[in-house]
Design a protein around this ligand. Sequence first.
Ligand code: FAD
Length: 425
Amino acid sequence: MSSNLSQSNALDAFLIEVTKRNVTGGIAFLLPTNHHPQVNCRALDNNFDVIVIGAGFCGSIIALKAAELGLSVRILDGQEDYPDEFRAEKLEPDQFEALEDLGLIDLVRPRAENFIAEVHALKGKREKIIPCHKHRGMDYSATVNSFRKELREQELLVIEKIEQVHDTPAGCEVVLPDGSSFRGKLCVVATGVSKGLRKSLGLQMHARNALISTTFGFDIEPASDEHFPFQAFNVYPERFTSGLQYLTFFPIGDRMRCNLFTCWKPGGIKAKRLRTETLAELRARFPGLVERIGPFRISSKVQVFTTHYYRQSVSHLNSVVLVGDAYQSVSPATGVGLSKCLSDVQSLLGLLQDKSASSLAGMDNDAFYLKTTKRRVDDNALQRWRWANESSTSRSFMTVLKSVKRTPAALWVRQLITYPQSVDN
Ligand SMILES: Cc1cc2nc3c(=O)[nH]c(=O)nc-3n(C[C@H](O)[C@H](O)[C@H](O)COP(=O)(O)OP(=O)(O)OC[C@H]3O[C@@H](n4cnc5c(N)ncnc54)[C@H](O)[C@@H]3O)c2cc1C
């Protein structure tokens, strides 16, 4: 056993020495060392078809599916496990179906028994019951970690935070903190809302700070032994309160989760009160709620996340593409963040499928960013954000008129006019 170990150490040392001498473009390509236990240390070649930075929702799926296409892939992330951070907690039917099509629905956590069959919608005294299909609560970090388990099993995941990427028409070079690097024909940046790589890639944001969203998330439980008299419940403010959007209760496994969506500023008095006096604020802002669902208490910490709109400028990039929140942010109130991620996944995989591995470098990025389906989903996310904020902050005649224009039939006609269905470049 010990002689095997020393032979193996000697081989590692030899391979590292050989690779240190392999200097390309002034940068030494080192083999991954012992602190990347997921990587096969004997792989002499640290050139890959696709390198993904960020093993969150979007990046993990791209890495798994690109590997399935037979491409050589590495995915890097700064954190061993995805932390318990506040992100999407409910799957919408289109997202469910996209994950089914990708063959990944069984990796969503908790498992499938968590379906929501109907949702009660309450505004003032009016209550509707809306039947649901393929809606379910989702534990985001557990789901991403179950994607990562697959990545580890396939030896695709490397735990490193990346600060530097060199992008050229011939490919990209991803620099690891110890100075060594991986080379890829294509680099996919899936770093979410993190600002990490913006400087290195010369990214500039088209931002709109007025488009802001602050979301509160917490668990609740009934104050007595009774169960809640609903499976899922949406409550809309009865009276107009500037910036208050809606409250939604839904199950994640055996927990009852609540998300409250607003377009308040995080440092404002309303947001502060909601965070510190959550129950009292809910009672005051949604009168009749406790009478309807019964007394309840808050059984977890109150998580708060604030985001504003941005889209990155990408036209200068050669062999790097940005996906998910790394490219464009999304308002949690619109529930389309994962749709946007999954549309990016599908658009990119479509291109990877069409390309041979040798033609990946310097891939025509327009083919990705200007793909009609992707543009439609991205633009739709922005329009929904604008509308979510306008309809909860303005009561003008124009807003009322627009609400008529935003009926499903009117929206459908507008989409037909804006995007010719036959062109899908
Ligand atoms: C509060 C909240 C509620 C939401 N609710 C919904 C909802 O109900 N429905 C919906 O569809 N969407 C919702 N969204 C949006 C959705 O969660 C996001 O669009 C989605 O999670 C983005 O996924 P991503 O893969 O782009 O980023 P992430 O999943 O956040 O992954 C980014 C990864 O990159 C890694 N990383 C970052 N920087 C580096 C670096 N320099 N080097 C290496 N790794 C790095 C991080 O560690 C992380 O693992 C919500 C968002 C929020 C904030």
